[in-house]
Design a protein around this ligand. Structure first.
Ligand SMILES: [Zn+2]
Length: 403
């Protein structure tokens, strides 16, 4: 795990560490802030800002733009921005695929690779070894583009203990109490901020906030449709994970009492009606056809487009179950929106009307028109969020990069 961000002794004192992060927080991908702008915004002296910026330039997180502009007062200044030559690796293990990507400090996805794999029941270390081969390719591609990797993030569909690098339970992978240990850091060898372990749906929820439409939606529940159904609550522009880290697990909210058994051991969870396999089974599209999940979802979309009654009924029931969960969550914590990702986004054309009709029936007027959004991030959402977590770690502790 990441050791250098701990309180390692160094030449940078606590106040300077905070001020470095404070100055860095004023910069964005395009913000052509000058040293004078930053001094005015932070209350630091211009001399302090100049000295802090000199350190930040040395870390490589920040770059000077060639352009100058007239300052609001006084002389023109040199513009500063975050550097697109620094980035982080994002990786995801899901039930039916492995995925890796590289996200730079401007938020751009600079590399993406996805490999169809059936990971349920495979040993953790075997899956991570295969993933490491993918991340090595991503690292190489980043290097070829001149991007230095600061760290990485790994998203898995389960409950995690990020401090110990442990997957507590991931029922759809069949993993329980798995310590990832060295295999986690091996995904981004030598990266100064190490590799952070995250929950897939929480990462996707944050990716929507950082790189998608989340910022304009207010407080929202993100619902991720995969083989399982995951969720993440974003409130006050932060993830609300609750004291045990399990808040937002909407996939295991009971929406059908007396319904089917769930992978969690419970009964009638949202996942048993709206999970990918549940919808496909209800639609009469067999699971053992040897086809990829994407191909089966495409087959479902064709059946829906052709007006197949069984397929329409399956998706209609999923939309209705989603509405039950969204209404319950919205009533409980006063949400203003919900964002649907994964196969829900892929099936939007059919899910959306079913969901809207059920919301209108169950709780008319509870959510404003337009409050149900569909993610554009596709299968990259979780890995973008995992990489984003690593980037935020760097932006919060830039002193780690100083000698
Ligand atoms: Zn369940």
């Amino acid at each position: 795990m990441n050791t250098r961000t701990a309180e390692a002794p160094g030449r940078v004192g606590d106040v300077r560490r905070r001020n470095l992060a404070l100055v860095l927080g004023r910069l964005g991908p395009e913000a052509v802030a000058t040293r004078a702008d930053i001094a005015a915004a932070t209350g630091l002296t211009k001399a302090s800002v100049s000295s802090l910026v000199a350190d930040l330039l040395e870390t490589g997180l920040v770059e000077e733009l060639g352009v100058t502009r007239a300052g609001e007062r006084g002389r023109p200044g040199v513009g500063l921005s975050l550097s697109a030559r620094r980035g982080a690796l994002g990786a995801e293990v899901n039930v039916d695929y492995l995925a890796v990507g590289v996200v730079d400090l401007h938020g751009a996805l600079r590399f993406h690779e996805i490999a169809e794999r059936l990971n349920h029941g495979r040993p953790t270390q075997e899956v991570l070894a295969e993933l490491a081969a993918l991340t090595a390719r991503a690292t190489q591609a980043a290097g070829a583009e001149g991007i230095e990797l600061l760290g990485g993030g790994l998203a898995v569909p389960g409950l995690v203990d990020p401090d110990r690098g442990r997957v507590l339970t991931a029922p759809n992978l069949g993993w329980r109490g798995a310590s990832l240990g060295q295999a986690l850091d091996a995904l981004a060898p030598g990266a100064p901020y190490g590799v952070v372990l995250t929950n897939e749906a929480n990462s996707a929820a944050l990716a929507e906030l950082w790189y998608g439409r989340g910022a304009e939606l207010g407080d929202y529940l993100y619902i991720s449709g995969e083989v399982g159904v995951g969720g993440g609550l974003v409130m006050g522009s932060e993830l609300f994970a609750g004291p045990g880290g399990n808040a937002g697990e909407v996939g295991h909210m009971v929406v059908a009492p007396g319904g089917e058994r769930c992978s969690c051991g419970g009964r009638g969870c949202l996942e048993t009606v709206a999970g990918q396999d549940a919808i496909l089974a209800a639609a009469g599209i067999p699971a053992d056809a040897g086809e990829s999940a994407a191909a089966r979802i495409a087959a479902l979309a064709s059946a829906l487009a052709a007006g197949d009654a069984r397929a329409l009924d399956a998706v209609g029931r999923a939309g209705g179950a989603l509405a039950v969960a969204v209404v319950g969550a919205a009533r409980l914590v006063d949400l203003s929106a919900a964002v649907l990702g994964g196969h829900f986004a892929a099936l939007r054309e059919w899910i959306e009307p079913a969901l809207a009709a059920a919301l209108d029936d169950l709780a008319p007027g509870l959510l404003a028109p337009g409050a149900i959004a569909f993610s554009d991030l596709g299968t990259t959402a979780a890995l973008r969020g995992a990489a984003g977590a690593a980037l935020r770690r760097a932006l919060g502790a830039p002193h780690v990069l100083l000698p």
